[in-house]
Write a protein that binds this ligand. Structure first.
Ligand code: HEM
Length: 429
C-alpha cells in the first residue's frame, strides 16, 4: 500500500526511483494488487507488440476497469478482441473523422472565445468541460445542453471512481457515485439504441448501432452500451491531459508559442469569414510544428503513464523469468525520460521529433504514449485532430502565459495533469 500511495502521488519519481534501485524488472504494488514492474523499451515491445499472444490485456486491466468499464475493447483478448475492434474501425476512418471535425468546430470556437474573454482561466477544468461536451455531441449525438451537462457530470464521477482506493459502493463515496453514474449513462444509451439502429446520424453511437461484419452480425444492445462508455472514458481525459500539457509548455516557452501561432495564422487565413466555416483535416495536416509539440508533450507528460497486462505463459525478459499468471505493468513514463533513448531527456525540445533528428525512431517502443500492437490506441488520429482543432483558434486569437516562477505540481496517475488546474492569463493577439 505504501508503494501504491507513492505510485499515485508521483508516478514519475516512483518509476525513476524503482528503476535506479532495482533495474528494469522488479516487483511491487500496482493499482490494487501485486505486479511485476517492467521499465525498458525492450519490455514495452515484448509486452505490447506481443505477436505470440503471451499476455492478456483483459486480465491485466480487469482489476482496475472491469467493474465500471466492463467489456470495453481493452478488456478483450485474441479473436474476441479482433472481432470487436474490426467492427469499430470504420467509425475511426478519415471520412468519419472529417464529419466529427465539422461537428465539433462551432463548439470549440465558442469555448475558446469565452476562455479568452475571461482573461484569467483555470485551463484544465475548462478544457475538460469542452472535451466532455464534444464527446457527448460527437460520440453520443446529444446536443441538448442540459443532457450534455448531466452526461459530463456522470462521466467525471465514473472516471474518478475507477481509481478510487476504497472500492465498496458506500453511499456518497467516490466509488458509489461512479457505480450510480454508470447505471444512469447505461440507461441513457440503452433507451436510444433501437432508434439509432434505424436512423441516419453520423455520430459514433449511430455508427456502432449500424455496424455489421461480413456475415451481417452486429453488436448487441449491451455491447453498444459497454463500448460507448469505454470509448468516452478512453477519449476525453487523455486528450484533456495532452492539450493541458501543450498549453503549459507553450506558456513556459513563448518562442514555441509564437512559432505555432505563425503556423496557425497561415492555416487560418483560408478560414476567414467568407471563405470556409472551419478547418478540414487537410488544413490540420499543415500544422506540422503543432504536431512536434504534441509529440513532445506526450513524451514528457504521457497521459496514461502505465499499461497493464497479465502473463499467460512463462516469459523471460532482461534475464528474469516471469511465471504464467503474473500481472505486469509496463512503464512508458520511465522510458520516455530515459537518457538511453533521448538527448537531454528532461528538456522540452519538440525538434527531437523532426525528420532530421527523429530520436523516437531509435527504438520502436522508446516513444509509446498510444501503446502498441493489437491494443494500440484506436483514437490516436481523433486525438491529434482534436488537439489541433482546439489549438488553432486558441493560437490565432489569444496569447497566454503563466507567472515566471510557476512550477506545476503534476499528478501523473491515473491521468497526467497539473493538480492546481493550470491557471493561465490570456490576452488578445
Ligand atoms: C492523447 C490522447 C490519447 C492517449 C495518450 C491514449 C492512450 C491510449 C493507450 C496507451 C492505449 C492502449 C492501452 C493498452 O494497450 O492497454 C489506448 C487504447 C485505446 N484508446 Fe486511446 N488514447 C488517447 C486518445 C483516445 C481517443 C481520443 C479515443 C477515442 C476517440 C481513444 C480510444 C481508445 C480505445 C478504444 C482504446 C482501446 C484499443 C484496444 O484495446 O483495441 N483514445 N489509448
Amino acid at each position: 500500500m505504501v508503494s501504491e500511495a507513492r505510485f499515485l502521488s508521483n508516478t514519475l519519481a516512483f518509476a525513476q526511483r524503482v528503476h535506479a534501485k532495482c533495474g528494469p524488472v522488479s516487483r511491487g504494488w500496482w493499482m490494487f494488487g501485486q505486479s511485476v514492474y517492467l521499465m525498458s523499451a525492450q519490455a514495452n515491445e515484448m509486452v505490447l507488440s506481443d505477436r505470440a499472444g503471451r499476455f492478456s490485456a483483459k486480465h491485466g486491466w480487469e482489476r482496475v476497469l472491469a467493474d465500471l468499464f466492463p467489456r470495453g475493447l481493452m478488456l478483450r483478448d485474441a479473436d474476441d478482441h479482433r472481432w470487436h475492434r474490426r467492427l469499430m474501425l470504420p467509425a475511426f476512418r478519415k471520412e468519419a473523422l472529417a464529419r466529427y471535425l465539422e461537428a465539433m468546430t462551432p463548439r470549440i470556437e465558442a469555448a475558446v472565445a469565452q476562455w479568452g474573454a475571461a482573461g484569467n482561466l483555470k485551463f484544465c477544468p475548462a478544457i475538460k468541460r469542452l472535451t466532455l461536451a464534444i464527446a457527448a455531441d460527437v460520440f453520443l449525438g446529444t446536443q441538448l445542453d442540459s443532457e450534455i451537462d448531466r452526461i459530463s457530470a456522470d462521466f467525471s464521477d465514473l472516471v474518478a471512481a475507477s481509481v478510487a482506493i476504497v472500492r465498496i459502493p458506500v453511499l456518497g463515496r467516490t466509488y458509489a457515485r461512479g457505480v450510480n453514474a454508470r447505471a444512469r449513462l447505461a440507461g441513457f444509451i440503452r433507451e436510444r439504441v433501437a432508434q439509432r439502429r434505424a436512423s441516419q446520424g453520423s455520430d459514433l453511437f449511430t455508427q456502432l448501432c449500424q455496424a455489421r461484419d461480413e456475415a451481417g452480425k452486429q453488436y448487441s444492445d449491451e455491447e453498444i452500451v459497454d463500448h460507448l462508455i469505454f470509448i468516452m472514458m478512453a477519449a476525453h481525459d487523455t486528450t484533456t491531459s495532452a492539450i493541458t500539457t501543450m498549453v503549459f509548455a507553450l506558456a513556459r516557452h513563448p518562442e514555441w508559442q509564437d512559432r505555432l501561432r505563425q503556423e496557425a495564422q497561415r492555416v487560418g487565413t483560408a478560414l476567414e469569414p467568407g471563405c470556409r466555416n472551419g478547418p478540414t483535416l487537410d488544413d490540420l495536416e499543415l500544422m506540422t510544428d503543432t504536431e512536434l509539440v504534441f509529440k513532445e508533450a506526450l513524451r514528457l507528460y504521457q497521459p496514461l503513464p502505465t499499461i497493464a497486462r497479465r502473463a499467460l505463459v512463462d516469459v523471460e525478459i532482461h534475464g528474469k523469468r516471469i511465471p504464467a499468471g503474473t500481472p505486469v505493468a509496463v512503464f512508458p513514463i520511465q522510458v520516455h525520460r530515459s537518457p538511453e533513448w533521448w538527448s537531454n531527456p528532461l528538456q522540452f525540445d519538440p525538434e527531437r521529433f523532426s525528420a532530421d533528428r527523429a530520436e523516437h525512431r531509435r527504438h520502436a517502443f522508446a516513444w509509446s504514449p498510444f501503446g502498441g500492437g493489437a491494443h494500440m490506441c484506436l483514437g490516436l488520429h481523433f486525438a491529434a485532430m482534436q488537439v489541433k482543432a482546439v489549438l488553432l483558434p486558441l493560437l490565432r486569437h489569444w496569447k497566454w502565459s503563466v507567472p515566471a516562477a510557476y512550477v506545476p505540481d503534476y499528478a501523473y496517475a491515473p491521468i497526467a495533469k497539473p493538480r492546481d488546474g493550470l491557471p493561465i492569463r490570456l490576452v488578445r493577439v
